[in-house]
Design a protein around this ligand. Structure first.
Ligand code: ZN
Ligand code: ZN
Length: 344
């Protein structure tokens, strides 16, 4: 039996990946599979598994030879349960990776590629200890890639020595990342034979990715860097997500942008809850991506948040309970109510 090179992709599918981020990851994964399947070394040895994490961790695909691998559907939900993902990873490595015995060589050391764009929303220390304790020495070559500007790098530095950062989350940037990952997996699948160690060559990092060399400051005690609110358009009734970024100078959240959601995405997003956020922490609202309304309001009747033209004159109907709401009851921010936060 061939020795296998197990490759685990841990992909952050929290809401903060919405928009360009998740689209680029889907495209990157697709291209990666196509390239690796044309590579005889990779085809012979690489087995791939995908684990995603949001409010919980999911085994999208168990360890599968490239030829049989089916691309998973990646769905976004609130939350960034990195701890749950590490715990699942530890389980899978224990179940799936063949150990070397007296008379057979086991699999090569697994290659773990961890992608995240934010801060964990669960306890990740205990699961991390499990990975270390369960399968020493050096159970896996773990490479962590932080994407975007809201990553807690100190967490990643606890997980592995190899922490990479990619600030730009545009499609081109992700494209380069996946080309590099593909080349790395491919060369690991050739190199394992001699060195017995499927580690990645970091010399060939693309220009948009750098290795984080200095210890990063922990963000764990501060406020979340981003918050998300689930909203419905009061004109079209369609769902969307408001993204806010913490402004440390002003001590509040500034509107960043809005993203349209499908009804399926809105449904998925309703799983998983974080604590409410006081509306006085939010400075305004990003405009509605469906109708362009410049503000937001919350229905006093059912709690639904919806887009509103806060200076307009027309009465609105709540897209949640259909109650007719008069201007006084819908006025936008600064009402002192608590808004339901969706996770990051
Ligand atoms: Zn609207
Ligand atoms: Zn309502």
């Amino acid at each position: 039996m061939n020795r296998r090179l197990p490759v685990y992709l841990l992909i952050d599918c929290s809401e903060s990946m919405i928009g360009q981020g998740i689209e680029a990851v889907r495209a990157g994964l697709h291209t990666m599979l196509g390239s690796l399947r044309r590579d005889p070394h990779a085809l012979e040895s690489v087995c791939l598994s995908v684990i995603t994490y949001d409010a919980t961790a999911r085994l999208e695909c168990p360890l599968t030879p490239l030829i049989d691998f089916q691309e998973p559907q990646l769905t976004l939900r609130p939350g960034t349960s990195l701890g749950a993902a590490l715990s699942l990873l530890a389980d899978q490595i224990q179940f799936e990776v063949r150990k070397t015995t007296y008379d057979t060589k086991g699999d090569y050391r697994p290659l773990v590629l961890l992608l995240t764009d934010g801060q964990p929303s669960d306890n990740w220390r205990a699961p991390l200890n499990r990975i270390g304790a369960a399968v020493l020495p050096r159970p896996a070559n773990i490479y962590a890639v932080g994407c975007g500007i809201d990553v807690d790098y100190s967490v990643l530095q606890n997980i592995t020595d190899v922490v990479l950062r990619m600030d730009d989350m545009g499609p081109e940037s992700f494209g380069k990342l996946f080309v590099w990952l593909t080349a790395s997996v491919s060369s690991a699948s050739q190199g394992v034979g001699e060195a017995g160690d499927g580690s990645i060559n970091l010399q060939k990092l693309p220009d948009n990715i750098e290795k984080v060399e200095t210890p990063a400051e922990s963000l764990e005690d501060g406020p979340p860097r981003q918050v998300f609110l689930r909203v419905r358009c009061s004109v079209k009734s369609s769902p969307y997500l408001m993204r806010y970024r913490f402004d440390s100078l002003a001590g509040c959240y500034q509107p960043s942008m809005s993203h349209r959601l499908s009804e399926d995405e809105a449904h998925a997003a309703s799983e998983g809850k974080l604590p409410d956020i006081p509306s006085d922490m939010l400075n305004g609202a990003p405009s509605c991506p469906w109708c362009g309304n410049p503000g937001g309001a919350q229905c006093g009747n059912c709690g639904t948040m919806f887009c509103a033209d806060i200076n307009g004159s027309a009465d609105v109907h709540c897209p949640g309970c259909h109650a007719a709401l008069s201007r006084g009851r819908t006025s936008g921010q600064n009402q002192g109510f608590n808004l339901k936060q969706s996770g990051g």
